[in-house]
Structure formats: structure tokens, C-alpha cells
Design a protein around this ligand. Sequence first.
Ligand code: ASP
Length: 469
Amino acid sequence: MQRTLTLQTTQHIGEVVKLQGWVDTKRDHGKLTFIDLRDRTGTVQCVGYQKMGELTPESVIEVVGQVKERPENMINAESATGAVEIDVREYTVLGKAGSLPIPIDTDGSEIAEEMRLKYRYLDLRRERMQKNVRVRSELTRALSEALYEREFVNIETPMLTKSTKEGARDFVVPARLQPGLFYALPQSPQQYKQLLMTAGFERYFQVARCIRDEDLRSDRGFEFTQLDLEMSFPESRESVMELVETVVKQAVTSVGGKMQQDPFPVVSYPEALEKYGADKFDLRTEQEKKNGVLAFAWVVDFPFFKKVDAKDVAEVRDGKSGWTFTHNPFSSPIPEHIEWLKNKEHIGEIITAQYDLVCNGYEVGGGSIRAHSPELLTAVFEIMGYSSEEITEGVGHMLEAFGVGTPPHGGIALGLDRLAMLLTGETSLKESIAFPMTGSGKTAVMQAPAPISDEQLRELHLATQLPKK
Ligand code: ASP
């Protein structure tokens, strides 16, 4: 017999069906046992006369039974299957559940984070998390579809790569076959996506995993996901923003998001500082906050360079001259300031062709028109104090690529974790990620980082300087 899903039961009244799923709730009424059986489509009530009282909550079972209409006064209007119940003829336990380490019939906010993440596979069964993960999946689908419709090509870029100068520390991976050499995990696909423009794809996107060794904040781990895109021959900064805005609106609307202003307001960085005291701001009224409205806005006209913050290791490393980039060293300045950059004058006043997308007080995206001539990119690194050897070593491959016919291009990366968080009305990124890290940097369920064996260390030609525990 084929499996019937709980939601389909209402179309099989009178028939004997086979259901498979979890024991959502159990109510013992003497000889009768009521079970709500849960699968991916919802729940249905099953009534059993046998030993069903033995079933433990959250066990996985198979039930064969007849779908019966409930008497009028027993109909549960709250449930999509509330007009029927299953008269159980046989049942089998497919996966017995012992006692549960955490409850899953609440929204989970009362449970310590360490426990929720240690047992994340269970935590994810709760209704709220099922919804969040599914909304995120739909958002990813909608964004991807909107881009496919506009001739974007979905292309993967390497995970084992070289340092990308995105303003954070790299996670490094030892190369077993080349002792003493290391790969870096990508902070973003920035350089590869630009190289895809050189390669003639014109429109690229990817759901990209990015890894940055940044100081942890309560709701930020080392990894995040961005919807990364790049396009060639943009008319202007505004034309990329316009395309991105259309794609975001189409995707957000299709997953049920309500947006505030259309078109998104565009605020300059100085104006944002003056009006809101920050470059991320929340334009919602109190009522809109209650109604789950998303208030998107663009921020433009950021300074290209800033003075290095001596307390920030990555800034000190990148900004050897005392100047470092504010957003992205691969950006172009606005057209009016290209000469200043080339001549390395008015450094603090040069404005980058960067645009950030903010929503409800969070930065949900950032991108720019890029430098696509060797001269401009070289000038950026010279301003940051790089010698010509260091420039060749760091971005020589980009300069070479720019020398074989690279079109003007620009792009953006949208933060999928944040967008999904806002769409689901959550306030922590962890609620929109299936397996996030704990606040102290442990991975969910598997508890990395963890020691590796002496044999692995030897194979990798690594020695740790820590005393043995
Ligand atoms: N690579 C940039 C980032 O990850 C985004 C972009 O400029 O497209 O922030």
C-alpha cells in the first residue's frame, strides 16, 4: 500500500490508508488511545483500540486504518484534517523515541541555547523552526527564479581558495600534499565572480557560503550565506540597484513579505548619519513593527577609505599606510572621483560606488560598481600602502585578468540569513539557520572545534604549541 500524507486523508473518506509519521501527541482514554500523527503536511487524529497506549511521543510509526468522517459535534475547525479521523487497524513502530532531552511543543525560547543547538535535529521539529527553515527555502527559490528569469547563470566558485581581502581574518586549511602551504576558505566569492565577468558570462549568481574569522557576536557565527550576484555592462550604479530592487521585491512578495516604500528610498551616507546616527536604520513606525512590515532603503555615497582602527587586526594588516577601505577594495570610486583615486589625492574625500541595502535596522546587502582597469585597482592598494611586490602577490591575477578585456561590471551580495530572519519575524539570525553555531563558537550537534589525532597532525605537517591536555 502506498503512503498517504495526513493532509490528503480528507480525500479518502471510507478508504483504508497507510500513514507514516511522528507521534505528535497522545491522549489515553482508558481503552481508547488518541494519537495526533504528524508528517510534513500537518497532523491527523488517529484512534486506536489496541496497545497503542505503549507509544511514546515523537516515535516514528506507521498506521494502517480507515478514514472516517467525524460526527458534526466532533469536528475540529482549527485543523485542516479536523473533519476526519483514522480508525487504526494496525500500527508498527518504525523508530522508537526514548525520553526527549528538550521539549518541542513550545516555541523553544524558554530553553537554553546550548541545549537547543546540541539537539538541533529535535529542536528543528518544533513548528516555529519548521516554518522558518521552509520560508528560507522558499526565499532562496524565489530569488533564484527571479535571477534565472533575467538570464543570470548559477555558477559555483571554489571553497578552497586564497585570502580574499574582505576585511576579516581568514580561516585556513593546511595543504597535506604541499607541506607548509595553506588554502583559505572564502570570505566571499568576490574575486571569482569578477573573473566570471572577464570570462564573458555577463550575469552570474550563486547561493554562496562565506566564512570569516570575525569576533563572535551573540547571534553571529563564522559562516553565513549570501545570494551573490554580478553583472557586466551596467549603465550606472543606479541600474544595478534597480535590478536588485526588482528581484528583491519579486522574491519577498512571493513569500508573503509586506514592504513599506516602493521604490526603496535612497539615502546618502552623510544624510543617514545626520538623520539616524548610523548607516543602518529602521524606518518603520510602531504600527508597522507590529504588522511585520519590511522597510527597505538604500544607502550610497560612502567614503572609499578610512583611517585604520589600531584595535582591528584585519584593518591593521590591510591598511599598511594608515588608510584602509571602508567596504570593498575592489570597488570603483564614483565617476567624479576616479581622477582623485588615480592621483591619490583627497583620499579621505573619495566616494565609493558602493550601495548598501538596509532593512528594519539591519544591513541586508552590499555591493558596488567595481574597478575593472589594472590602474584603478593598483591605485587602491597603493593608497593602502602596498608595495608593487605585495600587490602582485595579492591581486596580480586580477590585474592580469583586467588586461585581457574585462567589461565594466558591478554586483551585490544579499545576506540570506538576515533576510530570512526578518521575513520570519525573528530577531536572532540563529532562528533562520538550520545548524548555527553557539555563541561561544561551537558547531551545532557535533561540537567542533575538536582535537585531531597525532596521526592527522603528522600527515598535515602541523605541530601545535599547546601543552597536551
Ligand atoms: N563581496 C562583497 C561582500 O561579501 C559583496 C559585494 O560587493 O558584492 O560583502
